[in-house]
Design a protein around this ligand. Structure first.
Ligand SMILES: N[C@@H](CCC(=O)N[C@@H](CS)C(=O)NCC(=O)O)C(=O)O
Length: 210
């Protein structure tokens, strides 16, 4: 199997960290999004959606979407579980993955895609022509601030985003914070002590290098 990847993009990093936590050593191939390689015929023949990540299986077929790839990797390598392996942990993990994606990661990408000049006409990525809406920049930044504050409160009562164990919800949250710092120069406020404590811990896991 091979992961079609772009080192600088946040969604493939969510898969690389997930694989690293499971001790899976995925072969990767870079698809240079800055040079538009994802829109060239050779790549579209693999993934007609023109996006990364894309996990090519040994029979040549493939799986896209971070959640789809996560699910596949969890099935082939169940331990350590990152999506929850009991009714309550599975429910809670998907709950917090969805919250992190909808309230953190998506507002972050709204801000990046609608502020950065290189996303003009491509504000959603992939094949669809989508114009930027400048108002989504400040709205995304403001929502990100709410997400950090909400999580700071939640993390007062438990070690990880979804509960007592590290999970995929921590991965989306870590990637959100790192990409916001890199692309928006937004960092976790100093008075968010619980979120900072959590961030220091998950950043020090070897998988965070992925
Ligand atoms: N919902 C998709 C999102 C994938 C996505 O947006 N990938 C970005 C990189 S982070 C991409 O390939 N963008 C292509 C482009 O900008 O044209 C997933 O979960 O995999």
């Amino acid at each position: 199997m091979k992961l079609y990847d772009f080192q600088l993009a946040p969604n493939p990093r969510r898969v690389r960290i997930f694989a690293a936590e499971k001790g899976l050593n995925l072969e990767t191939q870079q698809v240079n999004l800055r040079e538009g390689e994802q829109l060239q015929e050779a790549y579209l023949a693999r993934n007609p959606r023109g996006m990364v990540p894309w996990l090519e299986l040994d029979d040549g077929s493939g799986i896209g979407e971070v959640i789809g790839i996560w699910r596949y990797l969890e099935e082939i390598q169940p331990e350590p579980s990152l999506l929850g392996n009991a009714p309550e942990s599975a429910g809670r993990t998907i709950m917090w993955c969805t919250i992190a994606e909808n309230e953190g990661f998506t507002p972050l990408l709204d801000a990046v895609h609608n502020e950065a000049p290189n996303f003009a006409g491509r504000a959603a990525g992939g094949l669809e022509k989508v114009e930027q809406i400048p108002e989504l920049g400040p709205r995304g930044r403001s929502r990100l601030g709410h997400f950090y504050k909400m999580l700071d409160g939640e993390l007062a009562g438990r070690p990880y985003v979804a509960g007592e164990a590290y999970s995929a919800a921590d991965i989306t949250t870590l990637v959100t914070i790192d990409f916001a710092a890199a692309r928006l120069e937004v960092t976790v406020p100093d008075d968010h002590a619980n979120l900072k404590r959590w961030y220091d811990e998950v950043s020090n896991r070897p998988s965070a290098q992925a």
